[in-house]
Design a protein around this ligand. Sequence first.
Ligand code: NAD
Ligand code: DAU
Length: 379
Amino acid sequence: MAKRNIVITGGAGFIGSHVVRLFVNKYPEYNIINLDKLTYAGNLANLKDIEDKPNYKFVKMDICDFDAFHKLMQQEQIDGIIHLAAESHVDRSIKDPFTFARTNVMGTLSLLQAAKLYWESLPEGYEGKRFYHISTDEVYGALTMNHPEGIEPPFKTVASSEGHKAYGDDFFYETTKYNPHSPYSASKASSDHFVRAYHDTYGMPTIVTNCSNNYGPYQFPEKLIPLFINNIRNRKPLPVYGKGENVRDWLYVEDHARAIDLIFHEGEVAETYNIGGFNEWKNIDLIKVMIKTVDRILGNPEGASLDLITYVTDRLGHDARYAIDSTKLQKELGWEPSLQFEEGIEKTVRWYLDNQEWMDNITSGEYEKYYEDMYKYNG
Ligand code: NAD
Ligand code: DAU
C-alpha cells in the first residue's frame, strides 16, 4: 500500500482520539498527524499509549488558521484529511453560538480552501486525495415520538439493546432533508454543505458521514454518560432535562472509528453514509441502567443511587428523538457494529470507574496545564 500522509483534526477529543489510535496502530506505513487546538475538550492524555509511535505526530493548531494549515499541507505533503475538530456540545452552543459558527463553519471552510490550493497545485491534482468530514445525525432535525411506549423495530444490529424498541415510525436516512434546530446542529449542517459544495464546484474528492450519539472511554464529562457516571460515583445530583423522555440512538465509539476507517478507504467520493447501530434509548431508561451498573460495580445496594435523579428545566429546543438508519453503510461497505449495547455500557462504566485519575484531572482543570505551548507546529 502506498504511503499516506494523513491529518486527523480534533484527534485529542473523544472520537478523534479513538480514530487516531486505530490509524496509528493499524497503518504503521502511514504518517498520522493529529491536528488539534486543545480547547477545553482536547486532552492529550487520551493518547498516551500511542504518543511515542514513529508514525504519529501531534500539531497544536487552530483549524481557522488558514496560512498555518496551508503550510502544513505543503510541508507534510498531505493527501488525506479526516476532519473531526469541532465545538461539539449542544448546551454550550445555546449559550455561545458564535464560537460554534467560527470553528465549525469557518474552520471547516478554511481547511477546505487550504486543501484546494495545495492539491490543485500538484501535477496529479485531486487524484488519490480525500477530504472526509465527520458530521452528526442532528443535522436532520428531530423525529416524532409517535410510539412513546415503543414498538417492534424494523431493524436490528449487534448494537441493538436487549428488548430493543423504536419510538416512532420514521428514521433518519441519507436522503432526509436537513432541518437543524440547535446552533450546534445548524453549524454542522452549514459545514456539511460547504464540504459538498467543494466537491460539486471544484471536484474535490469529499465524503460526509452522519453518526448518532457515541459513548465509550475518553468522552468529556459534560456529556450525559460520563457526567452521570461520575456524579453517581460522587453521590452528586443527576440533572435530567425535562421529563427524561427524549430518545437518543447510541453507538460504541470504537464502532464509529472502525466505520470511519472503512469509509475513508472504501467509501465512494461525493457520497453520504449514515452511521448508527439501531439502538434507541429514552434518556431516563438509560440513566436507570447507568445507576444500576455503577451501584452494582461499587457494591452499593440495588437502587441506592436512584434518589440522585433530579428533574431540571429542559434544554431549549430539545430535540425529541434521533434514530438513524445505517442500512446503506451495512449493505454497500459491509460495516456492522461489533458490540452489543449492554456489553458496551458495562465496559464504559468500568472504564470511567477504573480511570478516576483521568476524570479527576479534568474536573480539577489540571489536564489543561500539561501540554501548554509544547507542540506549536514549526515544520
Ligand atoms: P470533542 O468535543 O470531544 O472533541 C473535539 C476536538 O476538537 C477537541 O480535541 C478540541 O480541542 C478540538 N477542536 C475544537 N475546536 C478546534 C479548533 N478551532 N481547531 C482545532 N481543534 C479544535 O468532540 P467529539 O464528541 O469527539 O466529536 C468529534 C466530531 O464528531 C465532531 O465534529 C462532532 O460534531 C462529531 N460527532 C460527534 C458525535 C458524538 O456523539 N460525540 C456524534 C456524531 C458526530
Ligand atoms: O446525535 C449526535 C450528537 O450527540 C453529537 O453530534 C453531539 O456532538 C453530542 O454531544 C451528542 O449530542 P446530545 O445533545 O444528544 O448529547 P448529550 O450527551 O449532551 O445529551 C444526551 C441527552 O441527554 C440529550 O437528550 C440531553 C440529555 N441530558 C444531557 C445532559 C448533559 C440531560 O438530560 N442532562 C444532562 O445533564
